[in-house]
Design a binder for this molecule. Sequence first.
Ligand code: ZN
Length: 60
Amino acid sequence: MWGRLKACDRDTCLWAYWDASRNQARRWCSMAGCGSVIKTRRARRKAKDGDTGGHPSVRG
Ligand SMILES: [Zn+2]
């Protein structure tokens, strides 16, 4: 019942937010804010490592 209070997935934010989505798939306090920041960051990293042939990353 009360397990929907989450912390934002953005390490520099960590705001608590209330996940009101039905499947609780939300991971950020603001999809337009932190969500877009993280997605952009990941997209850049992925593009940068795109020529490694898919080897596992050394650190997480
Ligand atoms: Zn956030």
